[in-house]
Design a protein around this ligand. Structure first.
Ligand code: CP3
Length: 331
């Protein structure tokens, strides 16, 4: 079995498997080269040949323990009929949702549109060394709803729209489960659920919009024996309640979480990540100091080395190599 899956199943401590969120992305010149010629991001994600190639770019460069399939959480709203546009610097924009249309059954069409992702997983798995894991992912229902309803990071808007959000979440869960199972059956070895905007939820909605839908997806994964990592970014001390309620195999902590607090308060779970991606823009000495800090804190725990969010586009690719070598030395 691979190092990453072993660690997730709590079979082994201190072996520090390593991978990075956004390891296939704009910080790599070879990614920018392909991206320049493929201006439509959704189309690029749905090109199995190119998405396989991009997934393997960081694997060819570095000694990582896992690949993450090149795709996007917003393919799900796209496959359910919403227009998704990645142009401009403001982040993705989605066309206005027609709720009535959205609530109809899209099952057959959904799987058809997503087929290139499953094909890419299949070919990537074939090309990947057997001791490396292939990670697939989905966005959590709340984070997807935020994009789908164009909620502009605004508590009042969230509360005003809560019945609509509830409707969306329930409907999304069904498709996210299909998507997880299809990806797993195509060759992925585990799944990561990104709840990137969990930290925006007002306290009284966290249970309903974050814990409940994440738990529904995690229970589905457990039923199907799929190892699962959750990333409820921004929950601060509520990571503890998230862990005891949702009970995934792994939890990625973000850069606002004190690693010592996480180690002492989040037990019986494999922890992952934490280091601030902005640290990678600092001097080598500062970077290695931070790497050592995480390795020291988690030296007797099941811990997967990663960051507290994705690699920033302005990161120098050599720094990734340096970090991997440091982690290898401390195993
Ligand atoms: O290497 C990997 O991590 C795998 C691929 C991956 C992408 N998106 C490719 C991508 C993964 C795991 C994601 C997840 C994703 N997508 C999340 C959750 C993680 C997070 O970042 O919080 C979210 C919120 C999205 C939605 C999304 N996609 C945004 C907000 C953006 C634009 C801003 C940004 O972060 O780049 C994207 C575009 C995107 N997805 C890029 C990549 C490589 C950049 C595309 C480009 O070249 O312009």
């Amino acid at each position: 079995m691979s190092k990453l899956i072993d660690c997730l199943k709590l079979n082994k401590n201190s072996c520090f498997p390593i991978w990075f969120m956004r390891q296939a992305g704009r910080y790599l010149p070879e990614f920018r080269e392909i991206r320049k010629k493929n201006t439509n991001f959704i189309k690029l994600c749905l090109n199995p040949k190119l998405s396989t190639e991009i997934t393997l770019q960081p694997i060819n460069r570095y000694n990582l323990d896992a690949a993450i399939i090149f795709s996007d959480i917003l393919l799900v709203p796209y496959a359910l009929g919403q227009n998704v546009n990645f142009k401009g610097s403001e982040g993705p924009t989605l066309s206005e949702i027609n709720i009535e249309e959205f609530l109809k059954d899209h099952s057959d069409n959904f799987i058809n549109i997503m087929k290139p992702v499953y094909d890419a997983i299949n070919t990537t798995r074939e090309k990947l060394h057997h001791d490396k894991s292939l990670i697939c992912f989905v966005g959590a229902p709340w984070t997807l709803s935020l994009y789908m309803l164009n909620l502009k990071n605004n508590t009042e808007e969230i509360i005003k729209n809560s019945s609509k959000i509830k409707q969306l979440i329930t409907h999304l869960e069904k498709y996210l489960k299909k998507h997880i199972l299809k990806q797993y059956n195509s060759g992925a070895n585990c799944v990561q659920i990104f709840d990137s905007w969990a930290g925006l939820l007002p306290e009284k909605l966290i249970e309903e919009f974050c814990y409940k839908p994440n738990k529904s997806l995690v229970d589905f994964c457990k039923k199907n024996k799929i190892p699962v990592i959750c990333f409820p970014k921004g929950l601060k001390k509520k990571y503890k309640e998230f862990k005891s309620t949702v009970k995934p195999n792994g939890i990625n902590i973000d850069y606002e979480v004190d690693p010592v607090w996480a180690r002492d308060n989040l037990s019986d779970v494999c922890l992952q990540g934490g280091m601030d991606p902005k640290t990678l823009l600092k001097s080598d000495k500062e970077i290695l100091f931070e790497v050592d800090k995480y390795l020291e804190v988690f030296k007797n725990s099941p811990y997967i080395f990663n960051l507290g969010h994705g690699i920033l586009p302005e990161t120098n690719p050599d720094k990734i190599k340096m970090i991997i070598q440091r982690v290898e030395k401390k195993r």
